[in-house]
Design a protein around this ligand. Structure first.
Ligand code: ADE
Length: 235
């Protein structure tokens, strides 16, 4: 049976789903990396595909922008379609000088200005953390590929255009590597429904310097991160 936001049939999704924000990136991953991929859902153009990678069944689906959007898709994938492992593959803005454009960040934990995890924890702080095994596999896979990764905390914001200018400096001082818009929500959904999740991020822009990747560098860095994510997905 379909859900309000996913039109796939039961069994259409694999247990492991890679999730980029942009649905066209989902199509790109399926065409470039998967074998025998077929489209399984397209409600609101939030495209999803299932194929195989190194002989293992694997799905890829867009999650849109922001915590509410990723929460809807992640919940329906886990609750209705039997997904057990969700790996966000996205981009972020670096907050610290020791984080460089093109770095890949393994999001060990995510703080947030969103209220969703407090709603889950009856008003208390909730530790939004990555699955440890997936984290370890991502670090090992990146090391094997000689891809520099940073492992640490990120901040998930509901606001791309944030009015509190001091916030970034405060977060950076507290060791938070980068800002993005979904991971705390993804880790909250995984905790609520007993799934496993990981967020991998490429540094697409630098909050302190204003630098950002060219479209070509964006693509290369994205591909390198997807290769790490695929290693994790089939390990
Ligand atoms: N994703 C990529 N760059 C970002 C930024 N600067 N803020 C929030 N999300 C982002």
């Amino acid at each position: 049976m379909a859900t309000p936001h996913i039109s796939a049939s039961p069994g259409d999704f694999a247990e492991v789903v890679l999730m980029p924000g942009d649905p066209l990136r989902a199509r790109y991953i399926s065409e470039r990396f998967l074998e025998g991929a077929r489209a399984v859902t397209s409600v609101r153009n939030m495209l999803g595909f299932t194929g195989t990678f190194r002989g293992k069944r694997l799905s890829v689906m867009g999650h849109g922008m922001g915590v509410p959007s990723i929460s809807i898709y992640a919940t329906e994938l886990v609750q209705t379609y039997g997904a057990r492992v969700l790996i966000r593959v996205g981009s972020c803005g670096a907050l610290r000088t020791d984080v460089k454009l093109r770095d890949v960040i393994v999001a060990l934990a995510a703080g947030t200005d969103s209220n969703v995890n407090r709603m889950r924890a009856m008003g208390h702080d909730f530790p939004a953390v990555a699955d440890f095994t997936l984290t370890r596999r991502a670090v090992e896979a990146a090391e094997k590929r000689n891809k520099p990764v940073r492992v640490g905390s990120v901040f998930t914001s509901d606001l791309f255009y944030h009015p509190q200018e001091q916030l970034n400096a405060t977060l950076a001082r507290m060791g938070i590597l980068a800002v993005e818009m979904e991971i705390a929500g993804l880790y909250g959904v995984a905790a609520q429904f007993g799934a496993r999740a990981l967020g991998l991020l490429t540094v697409s822009d630098h909050i302190l310097t204003g630098e950002h990747l060219s479209p070509e560098d964006r693509q290369t860095t994205f591909d390198e991160m997807i290769e790490v994510a695929l290693d994790v997905a089939v390990s």
